[in-house]
Design a protein. Structure first.
Lengths: 395, 380
């Protein structure tokens, strides 16, 4: 990105402007393009897809009226929320109340800077990429706490406090799981991590050794908790805390929180893909750079979106855990397990400095076996579930 | 302030937070209100504040005729309207000495047990939703919809039935409807397995409910807990068996009781699983009733100007929320002199404060859901 702007400056496109202004303009333009042409449709369509998938799991229909199969429902919802009255409760702390959704939103949006959609398709390949990601996603908790406090509502306060405790706790297993991969890859740059893996599944860090395999599930569980998703959605548990920290929000401010939540689902998938699933690596099928770019983007997108679907699936299946169970799950099980996986990986690297190809292949076969077993179970459940009785109308 | 210990405790002094939970709260099952005092997430006390759904149904009983009051009893518990119908009609019949026809009795039992399934489906489904699993709720409502369709075939209404009349039932059950009911039963018995796989044996669900909000048998007796909540505490008491009415003595059915299979006896999980098992027992009863359904009139001849002789009566039926009692006093006129309704949810409310102390806020939700309290039944 910077190289491209530098090239434009050298070719004399912006005569007489200071370099900093040009950089600033380029950054804003890039953010605008990313926000309006990628992030907004992504979050919107994720919201639509979640409602559809969820509806199908519950034998309902879901939104299917706006556009083909209801795919434009998110636009209708957005317009509706924009046109709603902007209510700020009179007892609320006005400035913090207004500011909170933007902080949440910035914390979510800033992650897109380092997400590598392809070998060329990245806004900035920071050398501390994954570290930066962990840092900016922590910004979300500040916004949520702010929202909970500023609303001046007891349910909001409880939700905000729960959220703070939850996100701060689950940062630790997530961070340690990420650290496992940083050990193996030897770099924190997102592109560097992907380049250390191959296109074939047995070259992925997921199957690098048994410990990284565990680390993946640790990361995904902790990320679900950080993203306030079921079964860890206690900060906004609608049956307990009304709506948690968003109780007092309405209209567009309300939407910002959910925009961030749905977009964040994709970010979780993208990070998991980058760290464990080989990112955009594609088999060498063609020399055409454009075609390769498209292929890389598609591979990355689908891998990441699969985990979005898994999160939806989990949400459609599981009940919610209680606060103390959530905390004990984190501190008693996830944190020790992630330490074990970290130390185990370190030991593995001492034993096999170049990695163990045979073990990777074995792990891959085991993964396939687990997947087959899982789908066998799913198939059993589907075959043994009964559809609704349908009678012809009586009259 | 010179005492350091005292100073420290002053510094750590925290205030309890008083939260008004309801009447507009997603999981208080209607318009219930709890004044909850919490220390963070832990409850200090939860005082139920009832009366937001009071509609003077008891007083209305003194102002309308005996026949005319039956539709009002529907509204006393709209999730199980058949039972309030039946209780009031039984009271009137006993006062006047009206004999219900045999086919009428069987029609009543069929309708009541279908209604019990519908009511327990709501209880179980909304339990799931209160715990955070929305899918089981929608699946339960889907099956309830089928029951509602059957009810519509039987009596033309889906929620407030006004089906059971003094002397029998309003409409006879046709053979076609009988076929559909047995088709539904064949379908439903397997659906219960599906619920068990999806919800009942889910690890998180069990963790949330086992050992939570234990109601001991002594507490249950002292606070007059009835119905499935009492049976979950391990006491085998069912009006259908112990104070038999209608044709229940001729039918064969078990009374599921809590066994503490996942935790302590009388915890939330027991109250949940007892309802699941009761639905299966209802299926058994329905199968027998459909087989035994005799021929004959569905309703006995009752005077249009119904005037029972002066006297008083108390009748009880086993409703989905437990012992439902009607105390009716007649002075021999066209109107009842006094009508009083005793419901299971109302007594269950008095227990909530005692049980909920020391629980977490999320557990209070589980407790309310497991008691299956129902705002219209509490306030009437």
């Amino acid at each position: 990105m910077q190289a491209f702007v530098d090239q434009l400056i050298r070719e004399g496109y912006f005569p007489g402007l200071p370099k900093e202004i040009i950089y600033l303009g380029a950054m804003l333009l890039a953010a605008l393009v990313v926000l309006s042409f990628f992030v907004a449709p992504l979050a919107g369509i994720t919201s639509w897809l979640e409602r559809r998938v969820w509806a199908r799991m519950q034998s309902r229909v879901g939104p299917n009226r706006v556009g083909p199969q209801g795919i434009l429902q998110w636009l209708a919802d957005g317009i509706k929320n924009l046109l709603k009255e902007d209510i700020i409760p009179s007892a609320a702390d006005k400035w913090l109340f207004v500011l909170a959704p933007y902080i949440v939103f910035v914390g979510f949006l800033a992650t897109f800077v380092v997400i590598p959609f392809g070998s060329q398709l990245i806004v900035a390949d920071l050398n501390i990429g994954i570290f930066y990601l962990l840092a900016v996603t922590s910004l979300v908790v500040v916004g949520i706490l702010m929202a909970g406090w500023a609303s001046n509502n007891k349910w909001s306060l409880l939700g905000g406090m729960r959220s703070a405790a939850q996100i701060v706790s689950y940062e630790i297993p997530a961070g340690l799981a990420v650290l496992t991969i940083i050990f193996v890859a030897g770099t924190m740059s997102m592109q560097g991590i992907i380049k250390a893996q191959g296109w074939a599944p047995w070259d992925w860090f997921l199957f690098y050794n048994p410990f990284t395999f565990v680390a993946f599930f640790l990361y995904f569980t902790a990320a679900l908790a950080e993203g306030n998703r079921t079964p860890f959605d206690i900060p906004e548990a609608e049956s307990e805390l009304v709506a948690g920290y968003v109780t007092e929000y309405s209209g567009m401010r309300f939407l910002f929180f959910f925009f961030a939540e749905w977009g964040n689902l994709y970010v979780i998938g993208a990070i998991a893909t980058t760290l464990f699933l080989g990112g955009w690596q594609v088999p060498p099928v063609t020399d055409n750079p454009v075609l390769i770019g498209v292929l890389q983007f598609m591979v990355f997108f689908l891998k990441a979106y699969f985990w979005v679907f898994v999160a939806m699936w989990v949400r459609g299946t599981l009940p919610r855990v209680r606060v103390d169970q959530l905390m004990s799950a984190c501190w008693k099980y996830l944190v020790p397990l992630s330490f074990v996986s970290l130390l185990g990986t370190a030991a593995w690297m001492v034993l096999y400095p170049k990695g163990n190809r045979l073990a990777s292949f074995g792990m891959f076969l085991m993964g396939v076996a687990i997947l087959l077993l899982f789908f066998k179970r799913v198939n059993y459940q589907i075959r043994h579930s009964r559809p609704e009785i349908y009678w012809k109308p009586y009259i | 302030m010179s005492d350091p210990v005292h100073a420290e405790s002053e510094a750590f002094h925290t205030e309890d937070m008083t939260i008004s939970m309801g009447p507009q709260h997603p999981s208080t099952h209607g318009v219930l209100r709890f004044i909850v005092k919490t220390d963070g997430e832990v409850m200090r006390e939860a005082i139920p504040d009832v009366g937001y759904l009071h509609r003077s149904i008891e007083k209305i009983g003194e102002k309308v005729t005996w026949h005319g009051y039956v539709p009002y009893t529907d509204r006393a518990d709209y999730l199980a309207a058949m039972f309030t119908n039946q209780a009031f009609c039984m009271a009137a019949e006993k006062l006047a000495g009206v004999e219900v026809t045999r086919r009428g009795e069987f029609c009543r039992v069929i309708a009541c047990e279908l209604n019990r399934i519908a009511s327990h489906l709501i209880a179980v489904g909304s339990f799931g939703q209160d715990i955070g699993a929305v899918t089981p709720f929608i699946h339960a409502l889907r099956e309830r919809e089928t029951v509602n369709n059957l009810m519509e075939e039987i009596c033309g209404a889906r929620l407030t039935y006004n089906y059971i009349r003094i002397g029998g039932v309003g409409y006879d059950i046709t053979p076609e409807t009988c076929g559909r009911i047995s088709e539904f039963l064949d379908h439903f018995e397997l659906i219960v397995d599906e619920y068990n796989r999806l919800l009942s044996y889910n690890k998180i669900f069990i963790e949330r409910l086992a050992n939570i909000a234990v109601i001991t048998r002594e507490d249950a007796f002292q606070y007059n807990i009835v119905g499935p909540n009492l049976r979950a505490s391990g006491f085998k008491w069912d009006i259908r068996r112990d104070i038999p009415y209608s044709v229940y003595p001729e039918l064969e059915f078990d009374i599921p009781v809590g066994t503490g299979e996942k935790g302590t006896l009388g915890d939330c999980y027991d109250r949940y699983i007892v309802r699941i098992r009761e639905m299966q027992e209802s299926c058994r009863i329905l199968h027998q009733c459909l087989k035994m359904l005799p021929k004959g009139p569905a309703i006995a001849k009752v005077a249009r100007k119904f005037k029972p002789p002066a006297g008083e009566i108390y009748v009880r039926v086993e409703a989905p929320r437990g012992d439902m009692g009607f105390y009716v006093v007649s002075d021999g006129s066209e109107y009842a002199y006094r009508v009083r309704i005793r419901t299971g949810s109302f007594t269950a409310m008095s227990l909530i404060d005692k049980i909920s102390r020391g629980l977490m806020v999320a557990d209070l939700i589980a407790l309310i859901a497991s008691l299956d309290v129902d705002a219209p039944e509490i306030d009437r």
